[in-house]
Design a protein around this ligand. Structure first.
Ligand code: PGA
Length: 263
């Protein structure tokens, strides 16, 4: 069984002060947890709060047992004249290990295309970062029976021509778009099915050992402490991407504890 992962995506919900309070509450709440190393815990604050969150992480949890940091996005070049963008190299240099790429909110509001997603995945991997590639169908796509095709297509186009090396890791987050932020999670059996669809596509792209050792498939969309267990007990679910429920320290910590009890 793969090490499970839980990622808190704070989106654009919090100011710097609020982020600091939340990060402190979560990190302090995890401080005495001796089992934390059994799973991966990742926090994804806004760009503005990454450095501060990393400082708090080191201060509160020390160098051992640290949780990891993710950025919510990056640009597809390392450096250059790209006003307003943030490079994956800059993110790596401040201690990020993961980057969320292609979240449906970016695809929807920023018109992020599969081509852009592909370029971002490529550079993140080259720099030794772990991309969290988000894929998911809209309600309309599901209603019209196109869901499998949409997911296969998003995975294929994001990963086209990318050979994962033994030291490169990838996470694919399946997030049905209309479920995100709705408060109503999908049937875990459906998650299991969609994860099999992703896995099937991966089998066409990569050798089995790479899929086993380097790729995790996680679920996101209205997961909280009341339903997380239904998802993570599925063999095909390697972890959870959490939005709303990660904005409350007690809620997020109880999700972490449930995940740990599932080990
Ligand atoms: P949610 O968000 O948990 O609030 O549904 C999940 C996400 O957008 O990753």
């Amino acid at each position: 069984m793969k090490k499970k992962i839980i990622v808190a995506n704070w989106k654009m919900n919090l100011g710097s002060q609020e982020t600091e309070v939340l990060a402190k509450d979560i990190l302090s709440g995890l401080k005495k947890n001796k089992n934390l190393h059994k799973i991966d815990v990742v926090l994804a604050p806004s760009f503005l709060s990454l450095v501060r969150t990393q400082q708090l992480n080191q201060k509160i949890l020390g160098t051992k047992n640290q949780i990891a940091l993710a950025a919510q996005n990056c640009f597809w070049e390392e450096r250059g004249a790209y006003t307003g963008e943030i490079s994956p190299l800059q993110l790596k240099n401040i201690g990020c290990q993961y980057i969320i790429i292609g979240h449906s909110e970016r695809r929807q509001y920023l018109r992020e295309t599969d081509e852009m997603v592909h370029r971002k995945i490529k550079i993140a991997l080259e720099l030794g970062l772990t991309p969290i590639l988000c894929v998911g169908e809209t309600f309309e796509e599901r209603r019209t029976g196109a869901k499998d095709y949409v997911i296969i297509n998003q995975v294929s186009r994001a990963l086209e021509g990318i050979n994962l090396k033994a030291n490169q890791k990838l996470i694919i987050a399946y997030e049905p778009v209309w479920i995100i932020g709705s408060g109503q999670a999908i049937d875990p059996k459906e998650t299991d099915y969609m994860h099999q669809v992703v896995r099937q596509r991966l089998l066409d792209l990569y050798p089995l050992p790479i899929i086993r050792n380097n790729i995790r498939i996680i679920y996101g969309g209205s997961v909280d402490h009341t339903n997380i267990n239904n998802f993570v007990k599925q063999e095909s679910v390697d972890g959870i991407l959490v939005g709303g429920a990660s904005l409350k320290a007690t809620e997020f910590i109880s999700m972490i504890n449930i995940l740990l009890n599932n080990r």
